[in-house]
Design a protein around this ligand. Sequence first.
Ligand code: ADP
Ligand code: MG
Length: 947
Amino acid sequence: FFFFFFFFFPTFLPSQFSRTLPLTGIPLAATVAFSLSDLSRCSHSLTLDLAAMATSAFGTTTATSNYRNGGAANARNLPKNSSVKSKTGVRKSAPGSLGGGGAASSSSKDDAGVPGRVRVAVRLRPRNAEEMVADADFADCVELQPELKRLKLRKNNWDSDTYEFDEVLTEFASQKRVYEVVAKPVVESVLDGYNGTVMAYGQTGTGKTYTVGQLGDEDMAARGIMVRAMEDILAGVSLETDSISVSYMQLYMETIQDLLDPTNDNISIVEDHKTGDVSLPGATQVEIRDHHSFLEILKLGEDHRFAANTKLNTESSRSHAILMVNLRRFVKGKDSAVSSENSSSLQTVKSLKPSVVRKAKLVVVDLAGSERIHKSGSEGHTLEEAKSINLSLSALGKCINALAENSPHIPVRDSKLTRLLRDSFGGTARTSLVITVGPSPRHRGETASTIMFGQRAMKVENMLKLKEEFDYKSLSRRLDIQLDKLIAEHERQQKIFEDEIERLTAEAERQLSDAERNYVQALEKERSKYQKEYLESIKKLEEKWIMNQRKSVNDEKSKVAPMEENPEMKKLLEKETAHRKAVEEEVWTLKTQLAESRRSEALQSSEIVKLRKMLDDEAHQKEKLEMEIGKLQSHLLQLSVEADETRRQLDSGGSEEVLSGLDSLLHQPRQPQSDNSETGDKESVAKLFEQVGLHKILSLLEAEDADVRIHAVKVVANLAAEEANQEKIVEAGGLTSLLKLLISSEDETIHRVAAGAIANLAMSETNQELIMAQGGVRLLSNTASSAEDPQTLRMVAGAIANLCGNDKLQMKLRGEGGIKALLGMVRCRHPDVLSQVARGIANFAKCESRASAQGVKAGRSLLIEDGALPWIVQNANNEAASVRRHIELALCHLAQHEANSRDMINGGAVWEMVRISRDCPREDIRSLAHRTLTSSHSFQAEMRRLG
Ligand code: ADP
Ligand code: MG
């Protein structure tokens, strides 16, 4: 520990400081923990806090400090109340008692030590009888001021030096008071475990022995310090645990003699360098049990001292008497935790402050007389002897001087006395010094010397340290006991535990076997129960089964009977069922038919509505025309009358009048002449022709006047509308004139009316050929390409459509662009126009079909060649029924020839064919389409392909 400390700190601590560390007491603690592995079986661990032990050991180690260390410590720890030189040169001593107020006692727990200056009291001996006489005329050389703790040493009659002491004891001070002031505090310190020293210094005859060693046999009040100290020690200790032993020696001429054993006349000093303890193992040690035995020891020592001095031819004043009282006190540790092993809650032994032993030593020294040797010359000692006699005393003086002056060297080893007292001055002991002086002025010098010694001694500072060490033996003994107890307890508990285990095991085994037995029984019981139940249920089931068998046989019988009993009913039921089925089927069929008829009815009704409308229109138109005709007839009649008159006048007149007449004729119908308009008939028209002359009217078609032409063409058109007139008109060249009008005129009305007339004329086969022969198709085509009025186009288309129905003219018609002309007219979307175009195409297709059927024509249709198919397919489902019917027929005709099938399939016509075959309301067209589709291999293949 010590090593460790010095190893680390000197590098940064001042050297003198580090030197003092052991004494100034850096708080050090070591915790030594050890578990007693031997106790492991007890499942207890014992931890001991041995801090105090370690610290105490350390403290003991520091007690090895020598005078030098003590001196250094003294310098650093000078108490506030230490002596200081005042301005006036008066030495001031600390107030209070010599013991320092028991500082050591109050600080006894401070292991680092407490400063404790050497206390010095001065005691004045009363004048003895001789001095009473001899110094009767002289005053004392000292004057005491005990209240001020001052002593005045008279230099002469007018001058004196004043000194302060810790205590000033006058000649009247009692032994008791001296003891209490000088020794008692030291004795108390010793009882607390500190070393202590009480020493008397002074000239021979001043009362040292009286103060220290007086036995007080005759006068109890005269008992000296030794006796009183022992009284207090005996009162303070407990002789059951503590021990007091005493040695009593005399030091003379550096030889230590045992005052308790005269034969033991050279005792050597043993110094323990570890602890710093000084001991005299050779000296007799007497155990003190009571005060009486102590007094006996003192007396014995006194006797032996007297005898020894006689034998050595010396006086007791030349030797130092040393009483050593070794006190050994046992201080019980606080180890309650160890003793509480019975408490089950306390598993671990807590911190233990072990018992300690305090070994304190009280040294009481009655020094030899301090007077100088030369004054004792009469005693007959040689100079060397004299030096030797005073060696120890002078060495003590030197050491005290050195300590007082903080000298680096303290000559402790110079004498046996200083070696013995090394702990008393500059050591760890509490030290009190009483210096004794006599009053006689004759010994003033010696008195002064004594006073100076005392003054110097007051400067010596000790560092009080507790002298205690662990009571290892008792600790070990007690631990052993404890351990034995714990082991025994553990064994006892182990035994209980094992017994308990055994008991529990037996119990468990018993319960187990019980349970097993119960289980087997219960199992057997359950098994037999279930077996029984099983057999019973089997039996029940069998019975039930038999019952069911019987019942089912009965049931069968009961079921069959009624059926057999009632065959008619059965038949009736079957009949009824069949009937019901038939009715249901019929109902279903009717429903389907109803739905079908409703659908067709809807279609037909819309058709009927249209037809009715057309019929109405036609009737209305007819009415109008008849009215007009009537008018015209009347006018013509009038005109013919006038014409006759004019003819008669022609022989002398011009033709203008004729024209104006015709014009008026044509204008007549616009005038309301309803009176006779309705009366007109074919006969009247024929009459009109006859009267006016057809040639005349036709000639007017080429009239220069446009209005005349218009009127004329209208008249011709009206005439051509009558089938009866057509032949005459054609014979009269009317057709040719009409065709010419298509080229010559640019008037749309003329074109329209002329085309209408041509269309009417084109009804007959002969006329058709004529029209063709005269290039009518081209003319009509040209008219169609330039026409804009739908009615013009309708007329043109109607004319061409009529031509299309001629088998002989197919090639020519197509060659002159008839088909193209028809297709060109579909640009006008008027349904009347489209209807005529569709009719033309249907007519053409029909003729082609016929020709193909007759083998006249081969190859695909010219319609397809001229690109009519896309339009045909597009309009096959045209919303206008008139258009749709014609196209449907056309498709059917085209489809009848294999040569067209490829184009039709590619053009998407198959779908339309299918539609027609299914949806066309006209039965004949529908069946035609169906036949056509089913008979064509190509169409069949395509339909399969399309799924
Ligand atoms: P020392 O030991 O210093 O040589 P002692 O103790 O022998 O001196 O004293 C010398 C004598 O003086 C003795 O007879 C002693 O009784 C006496 N004496 C000393 N001090 C006192 C005192 N205070 N009161 C009475 N007598 C004293
Ligand atoms: Mg004496």
